[in-house]
Design a protein around this ligand. Structure first.
Ligand code: HPA
Length: 271
C-alpha cells in the first residue's frame, strides 16, 4: 500500500461524486440493509475501484455506497473483507484508509458474532466496549507505517466514549436491548471448538467474530472515532454446543437488522 494508490482510489470515488462524507459505515454479514435507507445514492463496486481488494464471499454484495441518511453525508461499505478470504491485514483495512481520505470524521461498524457470554442470547445486540485481538497480526505491522501515522498506536480507549453513551441512550429511548462487552477477533473461517469457547470466556470475551478489530486498529491509527455493534447470532455454550448453521446465523442477523438500522439512523441524527 502506498499513498499514491490511496490517492488514486479516492480520486476515482470523488470523480463519481463521493464528496465530503462525514460518516463511514461498515456493514457486517447479514446486515447490509442499511443501504436501503441511503438517499440520493451513488454506488461504486469494489472491483471497479482502483487498488481495492476484490470481493469474494457470496453473501457480501461488495460495494461502496455514498448518499445521505437523515441529511448527513455517509459512505457505506456493503460487505467487508476478511482475513479468512485470503486477504492480508493491509488489504482488509484499505477501505478504512480510503474512507478517511474521502473525509469521514466518524466510523460506525457492525458485525455478526457469537455470544460467549451466556447471559447474552442470539438476536441480542452488543455494543463493543473493548476488544481482544486474537488474529495473530496487526494492520500496522508494515515497513513504512510511520508515513501514515504513529507506529505505536494508542489503544487505551479504542471505541469512542461519547458515541457509545449516545447509543446506550438511543437504545433505551427506543426500547431496544443493547448489551455491552468485549469482542474477541479470530481469523476463522472455521467456527470454534468447545475448548476454544471455554478459552475465550476465560480470556474475558463476551463475543467472538472474524472481523472488526483490524478496522478498529487502523481507525485508531487515523484518530477516527469509532462506534461498533455486534449482532449476536449464536450462543457459544461449550457444554451444549450444536453444529454450526451458517444459514441460521445469517437469518438471525437479518432478523435483528432493523434494530441495528434504527440505532445507527438515530445516532446519525444526533451527530
Ligand atoms: N464464532 C466466530 N465468528 C462468528 C460466530 C462464532 O460463534 N458467530 C458469528 N460469527
Amino acid at each position: 500500500m502506498t499513498k499514491k494508490q490511496l490517492e488514486e482510489s479516492v480520486a476515482y470515488l470523488q470523480k463519481k461524486g463521493f464528496e465530503n462524507p462525514e460518516i463511514g459505515i461498515v456493514l457486517g454479514t447479514g446486515l447490509g440493509e442499511l443501504v436501503n435507507h441511503v438517499e440520493n445514492q451513488i454506488e461504486a463496486h469494489y472491483n471497479h475501484i482502483p487498488f481495492f481488494p476484490l470481493a469474494t464471499v457470496e453473501f457480501h454484495t461488495g460495494k461502496l455506497v455514498f448518499g445521505t441518511i437523515s441529511g448527513k453525508k455517509v459512505v457505506v461499505m456493503q460487505g467487508r473483507f476478511h482475513l479468512y478470504e485470503g486477504y492480508d491485514f493491509i488489504d482488509i483495512t484499505y477501505p478504512i484508509r480510503v474512507m478517511h481520505m474521502l473525509g469521514i470524521s466518524k466510523l460506525f461498524i457492525s458485525n455478526a458474532a457469537g455470544a460467549v457470554n451466556l447471559n447474552y442470547k442470539k438476536g441480542d445486540m452488543m455494543l463493543i466496549e473493548d476488544h481482544i485481538n486474537l488474529q495473530g497480526g496487526s494492520p500496522l505491522a508494515f515497513k513504512n507505517v510511520s508515513e501514515f501515522g504513529e507506529r505505536f498506536a494508542d489503544m487505551s480507549e479504542p471505541y469512542d466514549k461519547g458515541m457509545r453513551a449516545k447509543l446506550i441512550d438511543i437504545a433505551a429511548t427506543n426500547n431496544i436491548t443493547l448489551k455491552s462487552g468485549v469482542y474477541a477477533s479470530v481469523v476463522g473461517p472455521q467456527l470454534e471448538t468447545k475448548a476454544e469457547y471455554r478459552m475465550l470466556k476465560i480470556l474475558g470475551a463476551d463475543a467472538v467474530g472474524m472481523s472488526t478489530v483490524p478496522e478498529v486498529i487502523v481507525a485508531n491509527h487515523l484518530n477516527l472515532p469509532i462506534v461498533a455493534v455486534s449482532v449476536l447470532t449464536d450462543e457459544c455454550d461449550p457444554d451444549n454446543l450444536k453444529p454450526v448453521n451458517i444459514a441460521e446465523i445469517i437469518a438471525i442477523a437479518n432478523k435483528t437488522e432493523p434494530k441495528m438500522v434504527k440505532l445507527f439512523q438515530e445516532l446519525i441524527k444526533q451527530l
